[in-house]
Design a protein around this ligand. Structure first.
Ligand code: BES
Ligand code: MN
Ligand code: ZN
Length: 488
């Protein structure tokens, strides 16, 4: 999809010949809406007849509106003039015409003066999210929506420039989100560890990244006993993917992103119940978000170094699979009693966190669909953010706020660590039901003493269940904004 900014001015809107015009209003009073006379009269008419109210989320579709050159007109009401509300409004406005024949759309606002770069980003995010269609294994899926071009109308040339930067950043993020959704939506018989490795190589080739894939024997040599233990019940060979983007001097310490790449999580011998087990194909959402973030970096080329690490394997029950009570030795040398084979994410991440040490990182952020407990704690709107480093936590939180990809900081008090005590190893891999998202984070923390570290639990945000089942591409927006904030 093509995005552009156009200096139109609210008065000139009625003269734009386009398939569809979406006008975002602000909730509250009719007086607050700054509109050209033809639009104002349509609006007042609709308000009077009760067909529209200036309440958040309301929309009105008008076909061939009188006095307006656009073929279709949608009024949509935003909660306020902020970018987050704008995003929701554009999504709702587009939904009103999605099924129709519009190939191009102009988005304008009755609070035009307030529109800035973040509104532009919001627009791109809303329209690209809505226009995405999964097709890879569904030939009968509807063709991608025909929307080819979106224009954001702003007051003047100066605003158009500011908004243009937002559109560019938004499009890079959207490309990353799309890649993450496309990878995570693929069924596990397609999206194997080998598929993820091939995707990483393809991405590296397209954008000039370095990519290395460590095979089982390489991981054995490195002593990744914990990662390999999870993989041993599967017929699919494990892959440990290393991606490198070098946008700054070689001497600049990199940001390391570590993504959980379990391409299917049956639970292993501690097998999961059958209901909704299909959704465990999304257990590589962390890995997909790392690939998506690299996709965005390839577009934006910021002056920063970034390493992506993806330990990837399946978690299967098998004659060779790990059993509850087994003790394994991690790459760090610490031993782990595997009390529950379904707590496999932390077992593959811990070796990746140790591997990360060799990059002498400025910061390491791991991203994982790690615990059902995090879904219970935070639901589906905010990812769990864990870090003992206040500055790093604040920076990630801000990146999430800025990109409408929210996170919420969770505690990491030392007391939570007691739950991981084991009589037979340096630690157990589970800490009971209470505070499950936190004890999982405490487990990871034991492998991160050498650098500033943060953990994002995306179990509740990486995909949607039910009728809209599918990957969300989160937290690619948060991660991309975080990395950009570290560029010099
Ligand atoms: N991949 C799951 C976490 C998960 C569960 C994500 C449900 C989204 C929805 C993870 O590997 C897992 O199974 N975690 C266990 C940990 C428990 C055994 C301590 C869980 O959350 O039940
Ligand atoms: Mn599991
Ligand atoms: Zn899992």
């Amino acid at each position: 999809m093509e995005f552009r900014a156009q200096a139109a001015g609210s008065q000139a809107l009625t003269a734009i010949a386009t398939d569809a015009l979406i006008v975002v209003l602000s909730a509250g009073e009719a007086k607050a809406q700054q509109l050209a006379p033809a639009l104002a009269s349509l609006l007042n008419d609709a308000l009077k007849s009760g067909d529209l109210a200036l309440k958040t989320g309301r929309t009105l579709y008008i076909h061939r509106p009188a006095g307006v050159k656009a073929q279709r007109l949608v009024f949509v009401v935003a909660a306020d003039t902020g970018a987050k509300a704008f995003k929701a409004a554009v999504g709702a406005g587009y939904a009103a015409i999605k099924q129709g024949g519009a190939k191009q759309v102009v988005v304008a606002s009755a609070f035009e003066a307030a529109l800035g770069a973040t509104h532009a980003q919001a627009l791109v995010a809303a329209l690209s999210d809505a226009a995405y269609v999964y097709r890879h294994t569904k030939p009968s899926a509807p063709a991608a929506p025909m929307l080819a071009k979106a224009t954001l109308a702003v007051a003047d040339a100066k605003a158009a420039k500011a908004v243009g930067e937002g559109l560019a950043r938004g499009q890079a993020v959207a490309a990353g989100v799309e890649l993450a959704r496309e990878c995570a939506n693929r069924p596990a018989n397609h999206a194997t560890p080998s598929f993820l490795a091939a995707e990483a190589k393809k991405l590296a080739k397209a954008h000039g990244f370095k990519c290395e894939v460590l095979e089982r024997k390489d991981c054995e040599k490195l002593g990744m006993g914990s990662f390999l233990a999870v993989s041993q019940g599967s017929e699919q060979p494990p892959k440990f993917i290393v991606l490198r983007y070098e946008g700054a001097a070689k001497t600049a310490a990199p940001i390391v992103l570590v993504g959980k790449g379990i391409t299917f999580d049956t639970g292993g011998i501690s097998i999961k119940p059958s209901a909704e087990m299909d959704e465990m194909k999304f257990d590589m959402g962390g890995a997909a978000s790392v690939l998506g973030t690299f996709r965005a970096l390839g577009e934006l080329k910021p002056r920063v170094n970034v390493v992506g690490l993806i330990p990837s394997c399946e978690n299967m029950p098998d004659g060779r699979a790990i059993k509850p009570g087994d003790v394994v030795t991690s790459m760090s040398g610490q031993t782990i009693e595997i009390l529950n084979t379904d707590a496999e994410g932390r077992l593959i991440l811990c070796d990746a966190l140790t591997y990360a040490e060799r990059f002498k990182p400025a910061a390491v952020v791991d991203i994982a669909t790690l615990t059902g407990a995090c879904v219970i704690a935070l639901g589906h709107h905010r990812s769990g953010l864990f870090s003992a480093d206040d500055a790093l936590a604040a920076s990630l939180q801000a990146a999430g706020d800025e990109s409408f990809d929210l996170a919420w900081r969770m505690p990491l008090d030392d007391e939570y660590e007691e739950a991981l005590k084991s009589n037979f190893a340096d630690m157990g891999n589970v800490g009971g039901r209470a505070g499950g998202a936190i004890t999982a984070a405490m487990f990871l923390k034991k492998f991160t003493a050498k650098y500033p570290w943060a953990h994002l639990d995306i179990a509740g945000t990486a995909w949607k269940s039910g009728a809209a089942k599918g990957a969300t591409g989160r937290p690619v927006p948060l991660l991309t904004h975080f990395v950009l904030s570290k560029a010099r």
